[in-house]
Design a protein around this ligand. Structure first.
Ligand code: PMP
Length: 770
């Protein structure tokens, strides 16, 4: 507290003028400027230039002055555009000189308006945030021992030293401040040394800011409170100092937004922001309190008293969690705390805007707010192992994919009508995964679209009109593809050009062989012929997901493809479900059947959640199609989609997920088979890689589907913390498709949950293995 006792220097103007002339060769008109510790003057030279002359308080440490002058010289080198004072060297090339015994230095004067306490518009506030970030960036590589060793009273980390003065705050602020300080010292302070740190200006407020005539911030002055500390401290001080009790919400949002745009802050830096703002507020009030106490002769701005203190109550009302979530939101981070909302209210709201038949999982439905890896979290904070969702094949919010999307979206996101590297690399990598067999790509946005375009290509190539699919298939939502999605049909009536083929379901048709199952394709082709039609294509999901997740039957698909090709048709492998290593061992599902299709269509997992659809085919088929029909999809193959797609391929490689799916899939299968031995409701277990189906029957001998029980079990399983779905023509197959990164421990968790859920199902005594 030496500045309270040390006297401000008071040299006469003629003495200063003489010193400036001798040491700096400067002359002009001198006028005093306000300064708390030093004697400060404005020198207007004869040419009209403004210079600030500082005669340093004798109690000031010369090393601190050198530090300030060195940082200004550093900034002049690292960011010459930044509005900070320039150091004027003396005639002998020194940054400082002496008048009598007083240190003196000269800086350029930043012309403009100092806003002081004046309220500032949102644009200015955001620019202040940006300016502060740029200033800190310019200072990043700067170091000076004097900044590191300083014990500044204004340093919020030293707030404990001010605690003895708490009683000088009016009620209720003293008690509120005490609670806040206690929390800060116990929980926040110990975390600060883990954060990115550097020498900071640490004192950006309305009296240290210069505005240009258009109101935008043009400069920062007064480096007298520099310290070495966590970057976020700088921002906390500015947010606090620019805020009033009425304006905190706005001011903090705009400054933070501006700052984050220039220097993205991470979650660890956001975490202490609220407490650091509180500490700045309390430290300011306490310093004012004890200065007033020690010396009634305080500067004007301090005599304003505790005007900012009501902000303390406002901040405490807002709460640490609420404020931090708001800061996180501004910085693009998900909230940590969530007000659970009424499911009934959400449902009613949904019906109002999304139709009266809500197509939702589970009863009651889940309100999911966050995903991470294999886990989903609902609004109450409950976590669920996601064994349903085949889209996040790498796990929810995979960091490699989210980073690729975020990075690319900041660089460029446009369509494929410009030349670019990314889409070519993505196409080449996909083509290589087909071993060079299908190297021509058409980019769209979804699995449905990919199938739709494959179908159009097949018709264009063959000139035929017939379409074959499996009897309970699903391939998408467009009109053409809906026609080959009988599982989604409400009427069960097929379009005249569509024929279905019986699925190779050996559990219900054990008498059949691959050849006899495949013979159904002959029947379908003949049936088309009876109507004067030929097959243009057959579309197959190699995992037979909607048909109840059927394991590959050797040679079955090869025979179907041969029959379709013999009739002039092409073969579409819809890899929306079965691709990307879902079935283990191979990247594509069709490889499990030893076939080579004419088209591979991809969707869902291709972007791990980002919409991507691609048709892969032979170059001549694509060329024929685009020669005969206009094709361009605005978003298909855009830069962000390709970045996501490439990140997915990278992760599958680097995390060795295809092999992993085989290994953990085998463990899953063994566990499910063991459950089948204990629970007689399980009639069949079918697992290929990480595509698993558990068929429930009310009678193993008759294989009678247990549909209602399956539905109940899915909900019981959800209550046990595992999400699964139901599938199959009879709706009695539990469908489980965890992200490929699922661990053995996750699988054991799911198996134990399924075991418990099955036991709960038996509490209806009807179920007994004997
Ligand atoms: N094909 C298959 C095998 C699918 O499972 C799906 C979606 N469930 C689609 C195509 C359609 O994909 P999308 O919903 O992305 O259009």
């Amino acid at each position: 507290m030496k500045f309270l006792t040390a006297n401000t220097p008071a040299l006469s103007l003629p003495r200063i003028a003489a010193g400036l002339a001798t040491d700096y060769g400067l002359s002009g008109h001198l006028s005093p400027l306000y300064s708390e510790r030093d004697q400060t003057l404005l020198l207007r030279t004869d040419t009209g230039d403004g210079l600030v002359v500082k005669i340093v308080n004798a109690a000031e440490d010369a090393a601190q002055i050198d530090c300030q002058l060195a940082v200004l010289q550093h900034i002049a080198r690292t960011d010459p555009e930044l509005g900070v004072p320039r150091v004027r060297l003396s005639r002998s090339g020194q940054t400082r000189s002496l008048i009598d015994t007083h240190l003196i230095y000269v800086l350029s004067f930043l012309e403009g308006r100092v806003p002081g306490h004046a309220p500032l518009p949102p644009r200015t506030l955001a620019l202040i945030g940006t300016l502060q970030a740029l200033l800190a960036k310019a200072m990043r590589g700067f170091f000076h021992p004097a900044a590191g060793t300083r014990a500044l009273l204004w340093d919020s980390r030293l707030i404990a030293r001010l605690v003895p003065h708490l009683s000088q705050l009016p009620a209720p602020y003293s008690a509120q401040a005490r609670t806040a300080i206690d929390h800060f010292l116990a929980h926040t302070l110990p975390e600060l040394p883990k954060l990115r740190a550097q020498i900071l200006h640490a004192d950006l407020h309305g009296h240290n800011l210069v505005l240009s005539p258009d109101g935008s911030p043009s400069g920062v002055i007064d480096f007298g409170d520099m310290l070495h500390g966590p970057l976020i401290l700088d921002l906390a001080n500015a947010i606090c100092d620019f805020s009033t009790p009425d304006s905190f919400a706005e001011v903090s949002s705009h400054i933070l937004r501006g700052y984050h745009a220039a220097t993205p802050l991470d979650a660890d830096e956001i975490a202490p922001l609220y407490d650091l703002i509180l500490m700045r507020l309390i430290a300011t009030a306490l310093i004012i309190a004890f200065r007033r106490h020690a010396s009634p002769d305080v500067p004007d701005y301090m005599a304003e008293g505790f005007g900012q203190l009501p902000l303390l109550t406002i901040l405490l009302d807002l709460g640490r969690d609420g404020a931090t979530d708001r800061f996180r939101q501004i910085c693009g981070l998900p909230p940590l705390h969530h007000e659970p909302r009424s499911i009934a209210a959400l449902l009613a709201r949904r019906k109002r805007v999304m139709g009266q038949n809500p197509y939702l999982f589970y009863d009651p439905p889940l309100h999911i707010i966050r995903g991470e890896g294999v886990w989903l979290t609902d609004a109450s904070g409950r976590r669920y192992l996601d064994f349903y969702n085949n889209v996040p094949i790498l796990g929810h919010c995979h960091p490699g994919v989210t980073a690729a999307i975020a990075t690319q979206s900041r660089i460029l996101n446009t369509n494929t009508r410009y030349l670019g590297d990314q889409v070519l690399t993505y196409a080449e990598r996909l083509g290589a995964l087909t071993h060079g067999q299908l190297t021509a790509c058409a980019f769209v946005n979804s699995g449905s679209e990919a199938n739709d375009i494959a179908w159009r290509m097949a018709r264009a190539w063959t000139g035929a009109q017939g379409f074959l699919c499996q009897d309970f298939a699903y391939h998408g939502i467009t009109e053409a593809i809906c026609a080959v999605s009988p599982s989604a049909s409400k009427t069960g009536v097929l379009a005249p050009h569509v024929r279905t083929i019986m699925a190779p379901d050996r559990y219900h048709h054990s008498q059949h062989s691959a050849a006899s199952f495949a013979a159904d394709a002959d029947r379908a082709i003949e049936s088309l012929a009876e109507c004067g039609l030929k097959p243009a294509a057959v579309i197959i999901d190699a995992a037979f997901m909607t048909n109840g997740i059927l394991e590959p039957l050797p040679d079955y698909l090869a025979q179907v493809f041969a029959k379709v090709r013999a009739a002039g048709g092409l073969c579409i492998a819809d890899e929306v479900q079965s691709g990307f290593g879902r079935m283990g061992t191979h990247f594509w599902g069709y490889q499990h059947h030893g076939v080579i299709p004419d088209f591979v269509t991809i969707g869902k997992p291709a972007g791990n959640g980002h919409p991507i659809g691609v048709v892969l085919t032979r170059p001549e088929i694509l060329d024929h199609f685009v020669a005969t029909s206009a094709f361009f999809s605005t978003f298909g193959g855009n830069n962000v989609a390709c970045a996501a797609g490439l990140a997915v391929l990278d992760a599958i490689d680097t995390e060795d997920l295809v092999r992993h799916a085989s290994t953990v899939g085998a463990h899953f299968k063994a566990g499910l088979t063991a459950l089948m031995h204990r629970h007689c409701i399980i009639g069949d277990v079918r697992v290929t890689g990480l595509a698993a189906g558990v068929e429930l029957v009310s009678d193993r001998a008759t294989r009678t589907p247990a549909k209602a029980e399956c539905e109940r079990l899915i909900n019981l399983l959800k209550d046990q913390g595992v999400l699964a779905g139901s599938e199959g023509i009879n709706g009695n197959v539990i469908k489980m498709r965890p992200p490929l990164a699922v661990t053995i421990a996750d699988i054991d968790f799911a198996l134990a949950a399924l075991d418990r859920a099955l036991s709960l199902l038996y509490s209806v005594p009807k179920w007994s293995c004997t």
